[in-house]
Design a protein around this ligand. Structure first.
Ligand SMILES: [Zn+2]
Length: 392
């Protein structure tokens, strides 16, 4: 079956030879992009949809989420924004709730969040373990995630759980826990920050993952300067995520490497951090991705469009640069060539905006601008599935 999506007012394919005068059209054959160009030159197809002058871009590639969890941290968030101190350890609250939840509950919540993201234009999504922190609970999270999302990352090294030492826990993470998850994940990640794991520990985790064929990712430089970027680059990690507090040496190292700087501006906003140094990174020649960091604690949003708006309004990117980072940049951060663009052969992940140009993404922040989404050639439901329960 071929589908003609035509009447496109502005088409972003990330092809170097994009035609300039619209309207444009895209031909989808099965799950792939088969043709793009000016609408009047489009070949005949089995079916056609006219999008009425709307902008079309690749679906968002959200390369950083934490969506295998249970529980709700609304009260903690309310205390935080009210300026009142709280003592409960944030991640630990989610760990306790996640361990206590049945498999079906975790899977249903994950599916609901993935669907929520898809309705906002996210068509390729990575998610992580990291709220289990025992061999059995991390293995369970990896198995559940593998059934629901495009890319799964093992984040056993999220923090050292109560009742053990960092050294003992690292032995577990790099040994039996890694063995238990390896069949369900493609990536290994480590939270390299004061209060979590130091540079040596992060390097050890990445090396253990690499020995099992897993690609590397690092949470680094989120709350202050630190060794995260240097460790990620030295290990050839695909991405260092957050990257909010960077030295000139960090920026240079990223620019001279294949390690993507994955910026999470919605998280920086939510946690009171400064905006990420997106402009410096792009000017230096580093590859930048934008992702949501959707998680129940520090940043409970699945909106990549919010990150695009913030990257433009607060971090100095142009709209095309921000759009590129949230599509092609995310694909680079996941080392994928099939998503994040709409060149011929790409997975047919189309995001139709209820706007004539992508400029509206930053000009109209907070407005739901997703008009239609196809993922691998299949239309994503536009409305929330109200038949499914909302988990408190
Ligand atoms: Zn994260």
């Amino acid at each position: 079956m071929t589908l003609l999506v035509t009447g496109i007012g502005e088409l972003t394919t990330h092809d170097d030879e994009e035609p300039r005068d619209g309207p444009f059209a895209v031909v989808v054959d099965g799950d792939r992009v088969a043709w793009t160009g000016r609408a009047r030159a489009a070949p005949a197809c089995d079916t056609a949809v006219d999008v009425g002058g709307r902008a079309v871009l690749p679906g968002w590639v959200d390369s950083h989420t934490h969506l295998v969890f249970a529980g709700d941290r609304g009260e903690e968030f309310a205390r935080r924004v009210a300026g009142r101190p709280y003592t409960a350890g944030g991640i630990r609250t989610t760990v306790d709730a996640t361990r206590a939840a049945p498999d079906a509950d975790l899977a249903a919540r994950l599916r609901r969040h993935v669907a929520e993201a898809a309705r906002q234009g996210t068509t390729c999504l990575e998610t992580k373990t990291g709220y289990g922190l025992t061999v059995a609970d991390e293995a369970r999270a990896a198995r559940i995630a593998a059934g629901e999302v495009d890319e799964v990352t093992f984040l056993g090294a999220h923090l050292t759980p109560a009742g053990t030492t960092t050294e003992d826990y690292l032995d577990l993470v790099c040994g039996p826990m890694l063995d238990a998850v390896a069949g369900d994940v493609g990536w290994i990640d480590v939270f390299c920050e004061d209060g979590a794991f130091d540079g040596d520990a992060a390097a050890r985790v990445l090396a253990a993952g690499a020995a099992r064929g897993l690609g590397g990712r690092v949470h680094g430089n989120q709350l202050g300067p630190g060794p995260g970027v240097a460790v990620a680059v030295a290990a050839g990690a695909a991405s260092v995520d957050h990257a909010t507090h960077l030295t000139d040496a960090d920026v240079e190292a990223l620019a001279g490497s294949d390690t993507v700087a994955t910026l999470l501006p919605a998280c920086d906003l939510s946690t009171g951090q400064p905006p990420p140094p997106a402009r410096r990174l792009v000017d230096a020649g580093a590859t930048v991705a934008l992702a949501s960091n959707a998680n129940p604690g520090s940043c409970y949003t699945t909106s990549v469009a919010l990150g695009v708006a913030l990257a433009v309004l607060q971090a100095g990117l142009s709209v095309p640069e921000a759009v590129r980072a949230a599509t092609l940049g995310g694909a680079r951060a996941l080392r994928r060539d099939d998503v994040g663009h709409l060149r011929v052969g790409a997975r047919a992940d189309l995001h139709v905006l209820d706007a004539p140009t992508v400029v509206h993404l930053a000009q109209r922040p907070g407005v739901p601008l997703t008009a239609a989404v196809w993922r691998a050639g299949v239309r994503v439901p536009a409305d929330a599935p109200l038949s499914e329960e909302v988990h408190p």
